[in-house]
Design a protein around this ligand. Sequence first.
Ligand SMILES: *Cc1c(COP(=O)(O)O)cnc(C)c1O
Length: 498
Amino acid sequence: MNEIIRNPKAGATNGSLDPQDWSAFRDLAHRMLDEAIDGIANVRARPVWQPIPNEVRAAIRTDVPREATDLADVYREFSEHVAPYATGNVHPGFMGWVHGGGTAVGMVAEMLAAGLNANLAGRDHMPIEVERQIVEWMRGLFGFPQGASGIFVTGTSVANLMAVLVARTNALGTLARQHGIGSDGALLTAYASKAAHGCISRAMDIAGFGTDALRKIEVDADHRIDVAAMRARIAVDREVGFKPFLVTASAGTVDIGAIDDLRAIAELCREEGIWFHVDGAFGALAILSPELAPLLDGIALADSIALDFHKWGQVPYDAGFLLVRDGERHRQAFAQPAAYLSREARGLAAGTVWPCDLGPDLSRGFRALKTWFTLKTFGTDRLGEVIARSCALARYLETRVLAEPRLELLAPVNLNIVCFRYRAADAVNREIVADVQESGIAAPSSTILHGKFAIRAAIVNHRTAESDIDALVAAVIRFGMQRTGGLIEVEAPPLAAR
Ligand SMILES: *Cc1c(COP(=O)(O)O)cnc(C)c1O
């Protein structure tokens, strides 16, 4: 059947956007690839991050480019003005927020995906099967039953929002999709800890419940949600007529990496008939490490899990993911009949359920490919070792902080996040963080803990080594001393006594 078909030489077009001279394009493209590989291979030779000079900012401000520019010139602009001033999270000294480092493998996979230019809204093609295979792998890893479903999204912010929407449809029935959340919806209440990520309250806002409908429950000294307090709040809410419908547990809080007691929360949710969602943005992939997986005990009982492959999974941005225990409930929250999306038994329109039935996106890129390459090329054991190593490095930083009288540890080190400060005023520490970032030596971020400004180092990048931790500590001390003239704030126990 296949030979009907076309003379491959016929109909070559001049009007297309393809290169006029493929061989010249090929040479330049190879150079771009080589230089992109060099950029990763030699990343240590560069500053982690550098401030953008005004000339550079100005250089790319032009009118809409109506005329063509040579690819080589556009590439030169990229090399001079864009690439040197990127976030820096490829660099092993990057410890700010929770950023993955990416890999060379992920980079080339992303290039291959762009070559296919597949649209993973739906239809019957292998890229969809690759995404389905990753759903299967995640289903297995997290101990979810057959019939679970999953989907790639931009990130956990969107995955958490989708979990709210699935839980909403589960609570109110599918008619709520037609009529809106109405007066029943106005009574729905959700629960998360005070340490939960801000995107959870934003999800409540976007979903139409308002942020007040999210009850922010107290945490204990280790920043884990106080389950008894949550149980009590649920009881109070029920008594006055609210309808608790969703608990979002944190598996790795953004401040300090705390993991809520997932098993106890699962039990509470089962007793109360409440949807149990886990925000595992970075922490969920600790499941890959035999040493860390026990911390996630109970995650297999979740109704849904949000996670990011672009953080601890080291997949290049972006690669968020939502896994839902009951695939039918997941579909009910998003599927929508449309004549132009009708499904057929054969041909390209076969192969339902389509990803567009499982989320708000129609057109979707092939995020699954870079994830598939990453999981297969390194193997999940190796990725688990990388995750465990970043926790070991965090413990190393903890010991360095504890051994250094000018530094103070501000939170227990649960996983891969260390919060500390130079013993000086908040304002000084704020300057120190900016000093260290601008020095290009390291890039920590900051947070506020118990009212104190904290320098926060989240070790996520697989390239980070002990020497990078040492460089961070040395830089914080150096800038701290510069800013204070060596004077340090004395707190009990008096430092002089040591
Ligand atoms: C990063 C993070 C998020 C948000 O995920 P994005 O991928 O940035 O959208 C949510 N929760 C936690 C705990 C996170 O660390």
